[in-house]
Design a protein. Structure first.
Lengths: 338, 295
């Protein structure tokens, strides 16, 4: 169920019931064999590359000199932090991250609240909500590129002909292009998060609502004082997951570029760290610099997740709500981002 | 409980009361349906409009009032798209890659999840915690060495290069562990051991049948993720031997990209998975929500 659960079960054998001891013996050696295939593959194709990336980041590495490039210490990191393109990408990653996750999670919360009712056609609405999640990032971006087209896009047509407003340059100006990229993310992930919230809401003890109603709380107050506190662990996970996703945003800004270059638009308005890493490695053949960018991203994710967790947990402690560790859907969303 | 039920029945004729009254689930009012339908519309409209764009010619799409209903040019556009991009090859490759990854992930992760859930061994808490923490690592962290590794192994541009790194996922192990530890009673496992079965025998005859629903959910999620994966495949594969997501890239190249053709190709490569999803969607929804409740 949870990580604490695992800790609890490892403690259990001390209670020394007969059956436990029997269970323990046949398991212990074979267990390593059962986890071995996973850890061998995972170690070779995940853990080893991460460590190797750290090594590459300390060397002046090109595609041709890979493996026998010379050690440069932290020069790649100094180089990275000394350039405006890094700070531009960092700022964009941050602002696109905010624009794409804050409204997304708020909307998801509202949608979940709306769907947390007895209604007909429940399955239809839920599947419809999840259709964007099933659409690939590449397809979704291609579709939204057309919708956000400056001259013939549907959105500008509605703005211009429908609402008699000016056309917006969704490609060539900063905030509109960041909003467009964020829209793709929001469209794909809102329904997924709404379903996670909905599941969390349905797990909240019904008697809490009854007690609140007896005390005369309106549905809105019930939402604020029963639903939100009960959902706080779930909210924390969605925040953590969205933060991780936002920090490594790559496909949307890459494919939103009009000529498909890893530059975040001709003026770099929506250049993100993820795209910058790709550009340095695969367009400029500066693998050392790209590796330094990747590790910097990892450190940023760890810091951001730590900060988010600290902030939410601090509020939890203040309001006296017990801690609950990472759960399955959060981990699932984590996986789905990649 | 009873008090609320009674109250609701007494007040039933007055609709407003029914919505604010206590007790869940609330009955959905007409506004709920209106708003829910609007949300469903926003979710589906971009996909619907893809069909509209894919079935018109470029000049029709550039009309003063753009069309809102599908037309007849889809197959003409699709033929042009198939000339530009190896979409069929891409779909076949994606099918091979995604199926292999799904089988590997479900098999290895169920086995590992079983060990973490039901067998006691030194370091299991550490290893599981490590798995969970690795989910924070961005994809970008691994791709440079992976690319070099694949080149060295002679697998660059081969499908194996896409399959191998995603053959297992930390999420899969964690997901299966969560499910098995709550869905398979310890007593059942112990009974197996008491009867003299080895742990592998217990796995196949006790755990596997009980874990089937979770394996199905993990399989569907893994297939979807693998089919839609984009970052690593565009690095590992060329546009000559692409997965379907990589093959989309060839649609927009050329002198003047034609949006109708791009849309027809995108629709063609996306539709199969969307149709399957619409059919299996309720199970996937159930899986995601079930996982959430377990948390």
């Amino acid at each position: 169920m949870t990580l604490t659960h695992s800790r609890r079960t490892t403690v259990r054998p001390r209670e020394t019931s007969k059956t436990r001891r029997r269970l323990r013996r046949p398991g212990s050696y074979a267990a390593y064999a059962y986890v071995a295939p996973f850890f061998l593959i995972f170690g070779a194709f995940a853990v080893y590359p991460w460590l190797d990336t750290a090594w590459v980041s300390l060397h002046d590495t090109r595609l041709t000199t890979y493996g026998h490039s010379h050690y440069v210490g932290f020069a790649n990191y100094r180089n990275l932090f000394g350039h405006t393109f890094f700070w531009n990408a960092l700022k964009n990653t941050f602002s696109i991250g905010i624009i794409s996750t804050v409204p997304q999670l708020l909307m998801a919360l509202g949608i979940a609240h709306l769907l947390n009712t007895r209604m007909r056609g429940r399955t239809f609405f839920r599947v419809a909500l999840l259709m964007p999640y099933a659409t690939s990032l590449a397809a979704a971006t291609v579709i939204f590129v057309e919708l956000f087209g400056v001259d013939f896009g549907l959105i500008n047509w509605i703005l211009h002909s429908g609402l008699h407003l000016g056309k917006i340059d969704w490609q060539g100006s900063k905030w509109p292009s960041q909003i467009a990229v964020s829209t793709i993310v929001t469209w794909r992930w809102t329904g997924y998060n709404a379903l996670i919230y909905l599941a969390g809401m349905q797990a909240i003890d019904e008697s809490l609502y009854e007690a609140a109603a007896i005390d005369g709380a309106s549905r809105w107050r019930q939402f604020l004082h029963v639903t939100i506190p009960g959902l706080r662990p779930t909210i924390l996970f969605t925040i953590v997951v969205s933060t991780i996703g936002a920090a490594q945003l790559f496909g949307e800004p890459l494919l939103y570029d009009p000529i498909g270059q890893p530059q975040g638009g001709t003026s770099g308005y929506y250049q993100t760290l993820g795209v910058l890493m790709y550009q340095q490695g695969w367009t400029n053949d500066r693998l050392g610099l790209a590796a330094a960018t990747a590790w910097t991203m990892f450190v940023i994710i760890v810091l951001a997740v730590g900060l988010n967790t600290y902030l939410v947990r601090r509020r939890e402690r203040r309001s006296g709500i017990s801690r609950r560790p990472l759960n399955v859907p959060a981990a699932g969303a984590l996986e789905a981002i990649r | 409980m009873t008090a609320t039920v009674n109250r609701r029945e007494v007040r039933k004729p007055r609709r407003e009361r029914r919505r604010t009254a206590s007790g869940r689930p609330f009955a959905a009012g007409p506004m709920t349906y209106v708003i829910a339908s609007l949300i469903a519309l926003v979710s589906i409209f971009p996909l619907y409009y893809t069909i509209v764009m894919a079935s018109h010619t470029n000049s029709e799409m550039a009309a003063k009032v753009p069309p809102f209903f599908p037309n007849g040019s889809f197959f003409t556009n699709l033929r042009a798209a198939l000339k530009l991009a190896p979409l069929n090859k891409g779909m076949l490759n994606s099918l091979i890659v995604s199926s292999t990854i799904t089988i590997g992930t479900v098999a290895f992760c169920t086995l590992g999840g079983f060990a973490f859930a039901k067998l006691r061994f030194r370091g299991s808490a550490f290893l599981l915690g490590f798995c969970v923490l690795t989910m924070m690592v961005p994809t970008q962290m691994g791709i440079i060495p992976l690319y070099m590794m694949m080149a060295k192994l002679g697998l660059a541009n081969h499908l194996q290069a896409v399959v191998l790194p995603t053959l297992v996922t930390a999420f899969g192990v964690f997901f299966m562990r969560q499910y098995i530890s709550s869905a398979v009673p310890d007593e059942l496992i112990e009974a197996g051991f008491v009867d003299g079965a080895g742990s592998l025998r217990v796995f196949f005859s006790v755990v596997l049948p009980a874990a089937r629903p979770a394996m199905a959910v993990l399989g569907m999620l893994t297939f979807l993720t693998a089919w839609n994966d984009f970052f690593w495949p565009i690095i590992a594969l060329s546009t000559q031997n692409p997965t379907v997501q990589v093959s989309f890239q060839s649609l927009a190249t050329g002198y003047a990209p034609q949006q109708s053709i791009i849309m027809a190709g995108t629709l063609y490569g996306t539709l199969p998975v969307l149709v399957v999803f619409a059919l299996l969607g309720r199970h996937i929804v159930g899986g995601i929500m079930q996982g959430a409740v377990k948390g």
